[in-house]
Design a protein around this ligand. Structure first.
Ligand code: G3P
Length: 376
């Protein structure tokens, strides 16, 4: 809805604060955008739209809804007086989290949630898992799996068509066969599952077989264009969209410009058949999110707190948006150059090694094991 122009088929008097005009506008907006602009009477009587009305030659009146929108504040959003579905970006928004209550809260706040991504670290942070741990209860591997299943089954009906990503347990030695067995089982937990495998040789082998079996996949811990090229090649022929998740924040953490990896992968995929969708991940702040919108990433997975701050401004980047490639201390991030890669090359030919993929796997293992009893 950013900058949308609503055409109203009736004369109105520009520059005048006439309540009947406003009521008329309200009614028309309600008809055109039911549920999107649920103005209350308070809003109608307090606000006027004088400069936003222009007569056109055929007596139609154009109203820039964005001018009306600007007068809404955060309190009105929270009261439900304004619904951000009106300003839905093209990039699908997923919540990066492991708590169904948070999903519900964010959905109420912004009006929609397209999907959700989970991982072992986020499940370990789930409030109910934390309560069990605080009470001194450590989980067996079976209990851990049951908790994970219970959590995603609660989230599943809350989200839209981008589904819920569920991550297999994998350490540095886990074989593709073991990942696949878990993926197959997890895929049966909910109707809208995407199975997360790491961007490693074994993860890609598991993904290759998964897509042949109709299991939707999300390739995680992606830090390089080579890894994304391998994802493309290993999953070619997939009947459903495959996701690849470049981790922006973790590249930023070591001084590299994580947004460049998203930009480079999107550019590289332009030459392909579009079966792989880029899911911007490890988003730490609003600028990561706005830049993902500006680059037209197909999806972005976003922590609740970043979505809360987005809800306050409800911004979409316009042509003047410039991404400031700086770290949290204001230091410039190092650019990551684009590479010419052939998407039709065999997937094994790409360089899959990346230090952050190794570290990421180790961190997920540590967080997963922190919930387990010693004997589990
Ligand atoms: O989507 C991936 C995410 O959960 C990792 O985020 O902040 O731990 O790098 P972060």
């Amino acid at each position: 809805m950013n900058g949308i122009i609503c055409a109203l088929r009736r004369k109105a008097d520009p520059g005048k604060q006439i309540t009947s005009n406003i009521r008329y506008v309200r009614r028309e907006l309600d008809i055109s955008f039911r549920d999107r602009y649920p103005f209350n009477d308070d809003f109608v009587t307090k606000n006027t739209i004088p400069r936003s009305i222009k007569k056109t030659s055929n007596s139609r009146v154009l109203i820039e809804a964005s001018l009306i929108r600007k007068s809404l504040d955060h309190k009105e959003i929270l009261k439900g007086g304004y619904n951000m579905r009106a300003n839905k970006p093209k990039t699908k928004i997923l919540i990066d989290g492991g708590d169904p209550d948070e999903t519900l809260r964010i959905k109420k706040l912004i009006g929609f949630v397209d999907g959700q991504t989970t991982n072992p670290s986020l499940i370990a942070k789930n409030p109910e898992v934390q309560q069990l741990l605080a009470a001194g209860h450590r989980l067996t591997t079976e209990e851990q799996k049951d908790e994970y299943k219970r959590i995603v089954q609660k989230i599943s009906p809350l989200v839209g068509d981008a589904g819920v990503s569920i991550e297999v347990f994998a350490d540095l030695d886990t074989t593709a066969e073991r990942m696949l067995a878990q993926g197959q089982e997890m895929f049966s937990w909910i109707p809208n599952a995407y199975i997360k495998y790491p961007c490693t040789h074994e993860g890609l082998r598991a993904a290759h077989v998964s897509v042949e079996r109709g299991i939707r996949v999300n390739m995680t811990l992606c830090f390089s264009q080579d890894q994304a090229a391998a994802v493309y090649a290993a999953t070619s022929g997939a009947k459903e969209p495959v996701y690849v998740s470049p981790f922006i924040g973790r590249l930023d953490d070591r001084g590299d410009n994580g947004m460049d990896v998203v930009r480079n992968i999107l550019k590289m995929y332009q030459a392909g058949d579009h079966h792989v969708h880029v899911l911007a991940a490890s988003i730490r702040h609003l600028d990561h999110l706005l830049c993902s919108f500006a680059l037209s990433a197909e999806l972005a997975t976003v922590p609740g707190k970043v979505l809360e701050s987005w809800a306050q401004g409800n911004r979409l980047p316009d042509d003047s948006f410039v991404y400031r490639a700086i770290d949290s201390k204001g230091q410039a991030l190092k650019p990551i150059e684009y590479k010419e890669l052939d998407l039709n090359a065999p997937w094994e030919s790409f360089d899959l090694r990346h230090e952050l993929t190794r570290k990421g796997i180790q961190k997920f293992v540590a967080d997963y094991e922190s919930t387990l009893s010693k004997s589990a």
